[in-house]
Design a protein around this ligand. Structure first.
Ligand SMILES: Cc1cc2nc3c(=O)[nH]c(=O)nc-3n(C[C@H](O)[C@H](O)[C@H](O)COP(=O)(O)O)c2cc1C
Length: 197
């Protein structure tokens, strides 16, 4: 059985086109008998960025080797999944800050990555594939200004996940083509990928 972790950062909820893309993928993927999907809805989680006390608590726990502290539950959950699926819209040339806060909580030495004696770091996550599903207002596919896809691809490498793919519905707010046409193409690519992901 393949265990997949679905990370939902579609902040606009039922109005989100990214959520429509993701749910289409998940419906096809979840229909597979060899796949079990666990959902994590970031909007429902008590995620906070590192502030003074929250930062120092982490340093102290790491120093004491207390990796079973509840604050590290996101890192353990991420580390143990066979597949990672992230859905988030394109916001401000990247993705919503909530996803960055979640990633900040994932990067825990001894859980999702480790370092050797010469200071080199390497990922220790179990997953072999990571998928990013997104929708964008403008035409950013392949653009150096798409910092979201670039950054998540780099994070996959950092976590030791060898395969990173993304599917985007691009240019949804440009008015050049009906939204349903663009979204429909992305959905059909996502449904096709679900058979082999
Ligand atoms: C806060 C915010 C920031 C956005 N920033 C960008 C941007 O930098 N570039 C862009 O092309 N579209 C931007 N958009 C448009 C969204 O990428 C686009 O509407 C997307 O489909 C929204 O996804 P959703 O329907 O899943 O919420 C932004 C939208 C919002 C609400």
């Amino acid at each position: 059985m393949t265990s997949a972790l679905y990370i939902d950062c579609c902040i606009r909820g039922e109005q989100s086109r990214t959520k429509r893309l993701a749910e289409s993928f998940l419906a096809a993927y979840g229909a597979r008998e060899d796949v079990k999907i666990e959902r994590l809805t970031l909007m429902d989680e008590p995620l906070i960025p590192f502030t003074n006390g929250f930062f120092w608590q982490r340093e102290q726990l790491l120093e004491q080797g207390e990796l079973d502290h509840p604050r590290f539950r996101y890192a353990h959950q991420y580390q143990q999944a066979d597949r990672i699926i992230i859905a988030a819209p394109f916001w401000d040339l990247s993705f919503p800050a909530l996803l960055k806060v979640y990633i900040e909580n994932l990067c825990v030495q001894g859980i999702t990555f480790d370092c050797n004696e010469t200071g080199g770091c390497f990922g220790v996550c179990r997953a072999t594939k990571m998928l990013f599903l997104t929708t964008r207002g403008g035409a950013l596919e392949g653009s150096p200004m798409d910092n979201g896809t670039k950054y998540l691809g780099d994070m996959a490498k950092f976590f030791g996940i060898p395969s990173f793919e993304h599917i985007a519905a691009d240019g949804l707010d440009m008015g050049l083509e009906p939204v349903e046409d663009i979204l429909g193409r992305a959905i059909s690519r996502a449904e096709t990928l679900a058979a082999t992901f």
